[in-house]
Ligand binder design. Structure first.
Ligand SMILES: *Cc1c(COP(=O)(O)O)cnc(C)c1O
Length: 360
């Protein structure tokens, strides 16, 4: 038995892989795979209509929100957001709580006048700066933050209460659909699908109509223009058909699991179990402030780099893969996205217990 804790691309539920496998050579009886038929054909159009509806059902999306299925990853959106939304008002506001938020703010500097209104860089990204301490963002075209920082293992426990005057924008690449979401608090959310919702190659953007109505900067590439993509049903260029299809299978799977309330409760239990073991044991150390610990990426350190190396090689030999921390952080990172089971977490804790006994 292999347990895959990779940070992204990440494991898929076996049910999703089996379904894709069964349909691989012959999709919907067409005698061809989904990768080999036109994206303008009725079967594909039917499929993506259903995928959007499942997305709307899962998130309870009101009709004044659009869903886009694009290429270019979250990093593409780091540019697309200021390009589309900061043409008239050039000032944009960013909250930086980890590597991804910092990268987003730096990309936005190419296309807007970025003001970093809060940052936890000074304490090595281990806590969320309290809202009372954020600098004034009310003059900005939007306010951007990263819900879960995948590298540092730090997450906003709730949506910040920022009021209505500035649209709130969120990078949810490593947290989307891992728990229920009140979309009405946001102007736009986006995520690459390779962590919680499928494979690499597809980016979901959910955007409110009033933001689509803003005119984009003149230099905006057409494929990144929200209004143009909406007009073309996310198919201004040939879309990533296979990643889109896999995300469709993930939506069906999430519905079968009981939707986001059920998956959210399960994700909460998985992370709580692991943190509880880390805290009671003492051999493993997590540096993140309790209230800001990520449910998706649990990081920890061992007493020294040598023991960490040993932990990685022995865990791999025992069937636990993808545990090496990000190169900028070192240590261990356990990614617990939607597809990871509670049994997988139990098995890992069992391994950690034995390892600590032997080397602690
Ligand atoms: C993985 C990740 C990204 C990068 O996504 P790409 O699809 O590779 O561009 C951005 N933000 C967060 C929070 C991530 O976890």
């Amino acid at each position: 038995m292999i347990y895959n804790f990779s940070p992204g691309p990440a494991m898929l539920p076996p049910e999703v892989l089996k379904k894709a496998h069964a349909e691989f050579f012959n999709w919907r009886g067409l005698g061809a795979s989904i990768m080999e038929v036109s994206h303008r054909g009725t079967d594909f159009i039917q499929l993506i209509d259903e995928i959007e509806q499942d997305c709307r059902d899962l998130l309870n999306l009101p009709s004044h929100y659009r869903v886009l299925f694009l290429s270019g990853g979250a990093r593409g959106q780091f540019a697309a957001i200021p390009l589309n939304l900061a043409a008239e008002n050039r000032q944009t506001a960013y909250v930086v709580t980890g590597m991804w938020g910092k990268t987003a703010s730096e990309e936005a500097k190419r296309y807007s006048a970025v003001k970093v209104v809060a940052s936890n860089e000074h304490n090595h990204y281990t806590s969320i700066p309290p809202l009372e301490e954020w600098e004034d963002y009310r003059q900005a075209a939007y306010l951007h933050y990263t819900e879960n920082e995948t590298v540092q293992g730090i997450e906003f426990p709730q949506t910040p209460q920022v009021g209505e005057e500035v649209p709130l924008i969120c990078d949810m690449s490593s947290s989307i659909m891992s728990r229920p979401l009140d979309i009405t608090r946001f102007g736009l959310v986006y995520a690459g699908t390779q962590k919680n919702l499928g494979i690499a190659g597809l980016t979901i953007v959910i955007v409110r109509d009033d933001l689509v109505a803003r005119s984009a900067q003149a230099i905006t590439p057409s494929i990144f223009n929200y209004a143009l993509q909406i007009k073309n049903h996310s198919m201004y260029n040939t879309p990533p058909v296979f990643p889109w299809y896999i995300t469709g299978l993930m939506f069906k799977w999430l519905k079968e699991q009981g939707g986001l309330v059920a998956i959210g409760a399960r994700n909460q239990r998985k992370a709580a179990k692991l943190y509880q073991y880390i805290d009671q044991n003492g051999f493993y150390q997590n540096p993140v402030q309790l209230a800001a610990r990520s449910r998706m990426n649990v990081i920890f350190y061992l007493p020294d780099a040598e023991i960490e190396k040993l932990f990685i090689s022995q865990s791999q030999a025992a069937g636990f893969i993808g545990l090496k921390g990000h190169s900028s952080q070192g240590g261990i990172r356990v990614s617990l996205y939607n597809a990871m089971t509670e049994a997988g977490v139990d098995a890992l804790i069992g391994f950690m217990r034995e390892f600590a006994k032997q080397y602690g």
